[in-house]
Design a protein around this ligand. Structure first.
Ligand code: AQP
Length: 332
């Protein structure tokens, strides 16, 4: 059976981008066809300025939302990354495998580093090294596939490079994983800035649909989405990114292809109204289930405890093997 690993970091409230790019497939496909692990990767939230109480709150909220979206602890393993020491243990070995140059080439390091400097903040060393921790998250479980949005492609490529390099130098330890993406909405764009991806840590909430937004808020955000000065509806990702984003969202929510849907509309207003309706219907059950689960934090805690125990049991033998392969003397 295939092994699948993926995660979400608690840097903000989960968005429609997280849902369509990753979580919905975890729920509808991945947990049914594989031995899958899904993690709230909280250590990754410490790579930029953070408020400790907020990270704790968002970690619990993310886990609750993943369950509300339909992850089933009987089918998959759901856990918090920092509850399983093997991730940090393996990360160091992979730091000894990666080079400074390849980490400095990471797009997210360049973009987030520039943002931190512009805000007058220091760039944390962990912002440079976290793709290695992400590689450890994936490799610790002998992962075959990593279902992610398109923005994570470069990090999964790095993970593959590190696995191959480690195996060549130290002997076969790691499975070389591959990234998989959804067919539609692999990159959901910001509704106010359709050239940027919808990211949960971005500042302007007007362009971001959060999974917990109420229905009026979702409608307002979609109706105010930036389009362009044209009037006819056509699917052109480069020339008309705002309209293409709406068509992708409508296609992801209702099925069908964005190109075909474009032909069904004569005005941006009608496209926005139908997209808003479809998103409201898509998100309603998740929001309602979240409210029920949030009222029972004991259940969520128990799921996370069980998940961490299972994850530890899977990761430890493989990480121990990597320690021996790289030349470290086994204890006792
Ligand atoms: N806009 C998006 N479209 C499609 N997929 C997306 N994902 C994120 N945004 C989009 C996918 O969701 C999974 C979890 O994402 P994450 O928590 O690693 O990153 P984020 O939501 O993008 O959060 P941040 O803090 O705003 O991150 P940065 O600034 O790093 O982008 C992943 O599979 C991701 O691909």
């Amino acid at each position: 059976m295939k092994r699948i690993f993926s995660g979400v970091k608690p840097t903000g409230h989960l968005t429609l981008g997280n849902y369509l790019g990753a979580v919905r497939r975890w729920v509808e496909v991945d947990q049914h066809r594989s031995d899958s692990l899904f993690s709230v990767v909280d250590l990754h939230a410490l790579t930029v300025e953070h408020d400790p109480a907020r990270v704790r709150r968002l970690s619990r909220q993310a886990a609750t939302l993943l369950l509300a979206a339909g992850l089933d602890p009987k089918l998959c393993t759901l856990f918090v990354q920092s509850h399983v020491d093997e991730h940090a243990r393996l990360s160091y070995l992979l730091e000894c495998t990666a080079t400074d140059g390849e980490l400095r080439r990471m797009i997210q390091y360049k973009e987030k580093g520039a943002r931190a400097l512009a805000a007058g903040e220091g760039v944390r060393l962990s912002l440079l090294t976290y793709p290695v921790l992400m590689a450890a998250d994936i490799l610790a479980y002998g992962t075959d596939e990593v279902p992610v949005g398109e923005d994570q492609t470069q990090h999964v490529e790095l993970t593959r490079d590190l696995a191959v390099r480690f195996n060549q130098r130290c002997g076969q330890v790691f499975t070389v994983p591959k990234a998989t993406h959804p067919e539609v909405a692999a990159r959901v764009m910001d509704l106010q800035d359709p050239l940027s991806k919808m990211g949960k840590s971005h500042e302007n909430a007007a362009g971001i649909v959060y999974l917990l937004d109420d229905e009026d808020t979702v409608r307002r955000k979609v109706m105010r989405a930036v389009t362009d000065s044209g009037t006819d509806v056509a699917y052109d990702r480069e020339g008309r990114p705002g309209v293409a984003n709406l068509l992708n969202l409508l296609a992801a929510a209702t099925g069908g292809s964005p190109e075909d849907l474009a032909g069904a509309y004569q005005s941006y207003g009608a496209l926005k109204r139908d997209t808003a309706d479809a998103l409201v219907a898509l998100l309603r059950p998740v929001r309602e289930r979240h409210a029920e689960l949030a009222a029972d934090p004991g259940y969520v805690d128990q799921v996370l405890r069980d998940g961490a125990e299972r994850a530890r049991g899977m990761a430890r033998p493989l990480v121990d093997r990597a320690y021996r392969a790289i030349g470290l003397l086994p204890a006792g």
